[in-house]
Design a protein around this ligand. Structure first.
Ligand code: ADP
Ligand code: ZN
Length: 760
């Protein structure tokens, strides 16, 4: 249990008053304040209040009500002036001691106030009547004759009446609006005229249920899978903390091993959590998995607060035994957790992008270590962190699945060197000759292809060849991207959209803008010109605006109504199509990236998308277009050689003193005034340096400050500096020391990202 922080407890309010003995609670507010306060527990709740419960408390002189978490409960002597908890938010606690301790570790490690950190562990507070939602029913209360007699009916109201014609009794307002296109105001107006009635009803919400019949395949595990499963099962039986890295190419049967291990833990009467990355196709993958178990809880970002609360309660009460989900599923309040599985452990989507900026894999490992249970990390391209840990930490073990299940050879990967196709006038071509030729052959054979282009839009730069004017975002330090499909220019950093222009906006210039650099739209257009008979679809966040569109395109592709899909990285992950025999990768270049993980990301992406080729019948072929054919990461991807890649990349990281050999924390200070951002970053960096000199000399250093790679975003100037520490303990000590100093800054926007994924 977390102890109250005595230096900052109730003294704020302890002025006068009698001293009495009674129940008090320490509460961590969900606010940017890193303090725990003491409050009196009113008599009526003293028997029922729980540690971990959310409560409302008055804060500061103004007595402003804020939500906080009870972190401990005690009997203590207090003055009668001590303020009481104002009200309870949750009917019960979602946090047990184990999760509270995990939250306390996260708060320290990720330098985020405790209350705010705990808020990430539980479903958002559901106001009264959790488990119910309000549904508004509409009924006709006047006859059509009466309505006609009342005079002319407007078009919108007419549409509502038409939609009501099919309704036997009542229809809910949302459905009616969908069918008629009418607004709530239109319906309200008709209610006021006495034509319709509107009744609000509270209806219970049930959590999404996936307890369908078990959908078992009929094969047995092969020898490699069996031995992998047995090793995991042994650790489950030993009730020991171990990190087991299950390393095998896509199609090597990792998922089947997870399922076996999960069943073993369930058979021992324990609960299991399986984490999957937040990708568009999560629901498909998750449903396939869910059908292999009973009592499954599904957790993903699309759940409403109510659904999540109900799911959390069912897990806490042991009704749901298997939790499958994205990021927040790692906090499922399982009272008897026996195993955590993290699929695709290297995935960037496992990093939380808001405070607390936690990495799910690391939280899963920490949770498993506290519970003394195994955690299985699975990947075809493990993170260098996990890979490196296998050779240096005793509690890590590497388990290999060396072969693909169906004995399919790995796809053949060919590099298309764009430099060889360079032309004086037009520069490097968008599509290489070899890619065009191979794609043509594939289409002739009536097979399917996937083309990966990791930039959306049409062109990334609009340039005037006469005056060299480049179209830039007025709010960000970035060029505007042309989206030809919607005739727009967009900034990919803020939400700016403006109409497309053809002429140079420079008043003294009569040039016409040219389009430089390609995105998915341009590739789609070019392929359409080259292969007019092929059906080509684009899949990026511009076209995949909802799950329905996504399902439709996947269905069409499966049914071979589409020949080629052009898309961003969302097509690289998890898709499993039997007729794809060709994959093209466009723009596999890292040389303009300042990110130390750029090589690693490229290797992962090429490997993942290559895995889409020839999963069933033929081996498949991959063409990777690049302007840097000599890149070591690319060469390793061509040879399907993760281990060679890892060895080379780790050597670079060791030489340059970067993760996994050190820990990083990145501070970003932003301000509308450039000078103030620079100065605040300087003040803060000096404070950090002072802490380092005092308490971590020789084990940590500070790099920067300097302007961020995107030096201005949404009108905010951004400066960054990076703390580098020899290990996590040193980093915690430094960040804690900086927090204690409470440095006053002119700029209020300061973000700390511990274990950052990227530096942009
Ligand atoms: P991974 O997770 O490593 O990509 P999967 O577990 O999804 O691999 O397996 C790839 C494919 O092979 C799946 O369609 C799966 O049903 C099938 N499969 C897995 N194990 C076996 C096995 N032992 N025998 C036959 N097919 C298998
Ligand atoms: Zn912008």
């Amino acid at each position: 249990m977390i102890q109250p922080d005595n230096t900052s407890s109730g003294h704020l309010w302890a002025e006068e008053g009698e001293t009495v003995v009674g129940p008090v609670a320490s509460v961590a507010p969900v606010a940017p304040i890193d303090k725990v306060y003491t409050f009196r527990v009113p008599e009526e709740w003293s028997a029922s209040i729980e540690v971990g419960q959310r409560v409302r408390i008055p804060l500061g002189r103004s007595g402003r009500l804020v939500v906080g978490f009870v972190t401990s409960l005690d009997e203590a002597a207090w003055k009668t002036t001590l303020k009481p908890i104002e009200s309870l938010v949750d009917p019960r606690s979602y946090l047990n001691d184990e999760l509270l301790a995990l939250g306390a570790w996260m708060a320290k490690h990720y330098a985020c106030p405790l209350g705010r950190t705990l808020a990430a562990l539980v479903p958002e507070a559901v106001r009264k009547q959790a488990g119910f939602r309000k549904v508004e029913y509409v009924r006709m209360v006047a006859s059509l004759d009466d309505i006609a007699a009342a005079g002319r009916v407007g078009a919108k109201q007419r549409a509502v009446l038409d939609a009501m014609a099919d309704v036997a009794d009542a229809v809910d307002l949302a459905t009616l609006r969908e069918r008629s296109g009418a607004s709530r105001a239109t319906v309200k107006a008709m209610v006021e005229k006495g034509w319709l009635s509107l009744d609000a009803v509270k209806e219970p919400v049930t959590p999404p249920d996936f307890d369908e019949p078990i959908d078992e395949p009929d094969f047995e595990l092969n020898a490699d899978q069996r031995s992998a499963a047995e090793r995991i099962e042994q650790v489950i039986d030993d009730r020991a903390f171990r990190v087991l890295l299950l390393y095998g190419a896509s199609g090597s049967g990792k998922t089947e091993v997870y399922i076996r291990a999960m069943r073993h833990a369930l058979a021992a009467g324990r609960q299991v959590i399986m984490l999957v990355p937040e990708i568009a196709l999560t629901t498909q993958l998750v449903q396939r998995l869910a059908r292999r178990f009973t009592d499954v809880a599904i957790v993903h970002s699309g759940l409403t607060g109510v659904e999540r609360s109900l799911t959390w309660s069912a897990i806490r009460d042991g009704i749901k035994r298997v939790v499958i989900g994205t990021r927040s599923a790692v906090f499922a309040p399982c009272p008897d957790l026996g195993l955590i599985v993290v699929d695709e452990e290297q995935e960037p989507s496992y990093k939380n992008l808001q405070a607390p900026r936690f990495g799910v894999r690391d939280v899963a490992v920490m949770r498993a270590s506290r519970l003394g249970i195994p955690v299985v990390l699975g990947s075809a391209t493990p993170s260098l962190e996990s890979w490196h840990n296998c050779s240096r930490l005793e509690h890590y073990a590497l388990i290999r699945l060396p072969n693909r299940v169906r004995d399919l050879p790995m796809p053949k990967v060919v590099i298309a060197d764009l430099n060889q196709e360079y032309q004086e006038k037009s520069g490097v071509p968008l599509l290489s000759r070899i890619l065009i030729r191979r794609l043509g052959q594939v289409l002739e054979r009536k097979e399917q292809a996937v083309i990966l282009m990791n930039r959306r839009g049409y062109s990334t730069v609009l340039l005037c060849p006469q005056c060299k004017h480049v179209m830039r975002c007025p709010h960000c330090d970035a060029t505007l991207v042309l989206h030809a499909a919607t005739h727009e220019l967009r900034c990919h950093h803020c939400h700016l959209r403006q109409a497309m222009v053809e002429a140079c906006p420079n008043a003294s210039c009569d040039g016409r803008l040219v389009r430089v650099g390609g995105g998915t739209q341009r590739i789609e257009e070019r392929l359409g010109q080259l292969f007019p008979d092929a059906t080509i679809e684009r899949m990026d966040s511009d076209t995949m605006r909802n799950a329905e569109l996504y399902r439709r395109i996947i269905g069409d592709f499966e049914a071979k109504r589409i020949d080629v899909i052009v898309g961003t990285q969302m097509i690289a992950k998890g898709l499993d199509f039997p007729h794809v025999s060709f994959v093209g990768v466009i723009g596999a270049d890292t040389r303009f990236s300042t990110d130390f993980r750029a090589g690693e990301r490229m290797f992962q992406l090429v490997t993942q998308v290559a895995g889409r080729a020839g999963r069933y019948r033929s081996a498949g072929e991959v063409v990777v277009q690049t302007e840097e054919p000599e890149s070591a990461a690319l060469r390793a991807a061509v040879g399907h050689d993760f281990e060679a890649f890892a060895a080379g990349e780790l050597e670079i990281r060791r030489r340059t003193n970067m993760p996994p050999f050190v820990r990083l924390a990145r501070y970003v200070v932003a301000d509308a005034l450039e000078s103030r951002a620079r100065e605040s970053a300087g003040v803060l960096a000096r404070a950090v340096q002072a802490v380092v000199t005092e308490s971590a000399s020789g084990r940590a250093d500070v790099l920067g400050p300097m302007p961020c790679a995107i030096a201005r975003m949404r009108n905010q100037y951004r400066y960054e500096f990076v703390v580098r520490a020899a290990d996590a303990g040193t980093m915690q000590a430094v960040l804690g020391g900086v927090g204690d100093r409470r440095v006053k800054l002119a700029s209020r926007s300061v973000v700390v990202d511990v274990d950052p994924l990227s530096m942009t």
